[in-house]
Design a protein around this ligand. Structure first.
Ligand code: RP5
Ligand code: MG
Ligand code: MG
Length: 279
């Protein structure tokens, strides 16, 4: 597994906190580094929230590396180390401890729905890339409100929620704006996407996400699943409308040159390879 990069970004998102600089050769916890003095930061909304965030360590000793009631504290990366009562990021140092913007100590589980179709020209013919000569895929991408970066419309798995439901729910909320829809409209959205999402999809990735919000003690993990509209007459027909964390939504070409949030580009590369598409 490659070293994390975005989890070492200089300024912690949504704050003015500067991470303690961690060079590549000091990322691993196995490398002894007595000079390491990370900044401690947990965002006020996390400290003040009891609905989706854990309490602070001290009064709170959750069951790490286990299913803790309905909260899954198991990592896709295997058992993580607990040091002084705090979980350690499985990819190593980030220059910041505490939870930052993340609610859970240890893994924070998300799901990423990658909805794709083949790019077509105005005559309905598949478009191949002039250089690679391979057909071009498009995926439903959202522009995140928090950082302005383009991303997969993913989101957090609610406690006890099945990942298959999270995938469908987050896609509906962020790319179809289901939260603002009337109950009747929501039912229509549900009906129209249920076919595509009822297929098991192709699981592209499961594990650690190199997310800029990660800390030494809290990190994002995801299950990324590709739902492909082969004929272009399923989800492709739906009107996209940005909602919730999304400021914009659009079909975007799957291409290695498109910068994306966190490690989302790695997931799209895997989709392109699986479908023999341009990358
Ligand atoms: C990323 O954060 C995941 O890959 C997922 O796309 C996203 C989930 O967080 P929110 O969109 O709920 O902020 O690490
Ligand atoms: Mg969301
Ligand atoms: Mg989201």
């Amino acid at each position: 597994s490659a070293t994390h990069i975005k989890a070492r970004c200089t300024v912690y998102p949504g704050s003015d906190k500067q991470r303690f600089p961690v060079p590549d050769d000091k990322v691993s916890w196995a490398t002894v580094w007595p000079e390491y003095t990370p900044v401690n930061y947990t965002a006020p909304p996390v400290l003040n929230n009891t609905a989706w965030a854990d309490p602070d360590i001290g009064s709170f000793s959750p069951r790490f590396n286990a299913l803790d009631g309905s909260v899954d504290r198991q990592s896709h990366e295997g058992d993580y180390i607990i040091q002084d009562g705090r979980p350690l990021n499985p990819r190593g140092r980030t220059g910041l401890n505490g939870r930052g913007l993340l609610g859970r100590w240890g893994p924070n589980h998300a799901a990423d729905p990658i909805v794709t179709r083949w790019k077509q020209d105005s005559a309905g013919q598949r478009v191949s890339h002039p250089v690679s000569k391979q057909p071009v895929l498009q995926f439903v991408s959202i522009k995140r409100k928090d950082c302005g970066e383009w991303a997969i419309p993913g989101g957090m798995v609610d406690p006890g929620e099945l990942v298959s439901l999270t995938l469908q729910r987050e896609f509906s909320e962020e790319a179809l704006n289901s939260l603002q829809a009337s109950p009747q409209e929501r039912k229509k959205i549900q009906e129209r996407i249920s076919n595509l999402f009822s297929s098991s999809g192709f699981q592209v990735y499961k594990g650690y996400v190199d997310d800029p919000r990660n800390t030494d003690n809290s990190w994002m993990e995801t299950v990324a699943v590709n739902f492909h509209d082969e004929t272009g007459d399923s989800v492709s027909e739906l009107p996209l409308q940005a909602g919730d964390d999304a400021g914009q939504v659009s079909w975007c070409d799957v291409d290695s040159s498109q910068p994306l949030y966190a490690s989302h580009s790695d997931f799209l590369q895997a989709v392109a390879e699986e479908r023999h598409a341009h990358w």
